[in-house]
Design a protein around this ligand. Structure first.
Ligand code: UT7
Length: 329
């Protein structure tokens, strides 16, 4: 039997807040319709946190589930890496709050920012630490409270986003789900097409920045849409080739859930049937960093991941950033 020599996913967990915001709720808030949202995005509803709940709260629940699944205790963790664009605070890191909440006192902890591709960036960092032998057990988290940076007066953006968290534990494990490769890319020349302009060093929080609504997500939807399809398609082809595989070898693609039409167009360009893509955007909308680990967890629960399957994770988002990861389940 083949024995894994490299980092493997040994535990998976996710957590969604209970509160549901439906398209019908949004119809009452902005000039939109359930039909438009479903037709243009595939989204029917999304989850939203209650007041006072933060990203680290969602992340903590997802992390505890992933650790239980892996059979590891908080003291086993060497490192916590969280991907988020909605940290509890700009600093300290959300990973440090998670460390405190789960009691992972031995773990070093930091956040990374690569927007919707961030979970794949974070997992590839963890994978490198495991593969090098420097660390044994790493928690990788993708968690967001996008409702906190969504402008609920802007119909072009507010229908898209939701809150949630997902986490994986990675370790060297002879039989579990080996990470075969990770591929990362970025194009900073398009940095401004998907942005939250306020709150950083360029536009620090001020009365004006709030009045100008700079503390919300802004984007050029059509541009991002086209760039997403082209870059994801090319990345899937490149990743497949570099692993010595063909598209037929891929059993399931787990894409970032930003728009059903982006997923459909990508699958069509690749000549792959939609059955080979995992989709749950109808329930949660776009949860940025959290979407891929939530989808992995749900795909597994639905029995879509079988031993030996070749699974491709792929995501695209602000930065622009994109990335993929191939896993032998
Ligand atoms: O996760 C990071 C990556 N993010 C993405 O990949 C998002 C990529 N972009 C998209 O998913 C799509 O561009 C959107 C879903 C954001 C927009 O879809 P679209 O088909 O590109 O619509 P559009 O922006 O071209 O707007 C078409 C029409 C416009 O009206 P006119 O100018 O044709 O009269 C909009 O004003 O739809 C209107 N519109 C809406 N109508 C009802 C825009 N938003 C809404 C809305 N409800 N919520």
């Amino acid at each position: 039997m083949r024995q894994n020599q490299r980092a493997s996913i040994t535990g998976i967990g996710s957590y969604l807040p209970n509160k549901v915001l439906t398209n019908y709720d949004l119809e009452k808030m902005v000039d939109t319709s359930n039909d438009w949202i479903i037709q243009r995005t595939g989204i029917k509803e999304r989850r939203i946190v209650e007041n006072g709940v933060t990203t680290s709260d969602l992340a903590t629940q997802a992390s505890l589930r992933a650790m239980e699944d892996a059979g590891v205790s908080p003291k086993d963790l060497d490192m916590i890496i969280t991907s988020t664009i909605t940290p509890d605070h700009i600093f300290p890191s959300t990973s440090c709050y998670i460390q405190q909440k789960i009691g992972a006192t031995r773990a070093c902890a930091f956040d990374i920012l690569a927007a919707c591709a961030g979970f794949i960036y974070a997992m590839s960092i963890g994978q490198s630490f495991i593969n090098s032998g420097a660390m044994k057990t790493i928690l990788v988290v993708g968690a967001e409270c996008l409702s906190k940076i969504t402008d609920y007066t802007d119909r072009a953006t507010c229908v898209l986003f939701g809150d949630g968290a997902g986490a994986v534990v990675i370790q060297r494990d002879p039989i579990k789900h080996e990470i075969l490769s990770s591929h990362l890319a970025a194009d900073g020349s398009e940095a401004d097409v998907l942005i939250m302009p306020g709150g950083g060093a360029r536009n620090p929080a001020s009365l004006e920045s709030v009045q100008q609504r700079l503390h919300y997500i802004q984007f050029k939807g059509k541009e991002v849409f086209k760039l997403a399809i082209n870059n994801i398609t090319n990345l899937i082809l490149e990743t497949t080739r570099e692993n010595g595989l063909t598209l037929n070898d891929i059993d399931l693609i787990i894409p970032h859930q930003s728009n059903l039409r982006i997923i459909e167009a990508t699958m069509e360009k690749l000549g792959l049937p939609m059955e080979k893509a995992f989709v749950n955007i109808d329930k949660y909308g776009n949860t940025s960093s959290a979407s891929v680990p939530i989808a992995i967890d749900e795909a597994r629960k639905e029995g879509r991941l079988r031993k030996g399957n070749i699974v491709m994770l792929v995501a695209f988002g602000g930065g622009l950033t994109w990335g993929s990861s191939v896993i032998r389940w």
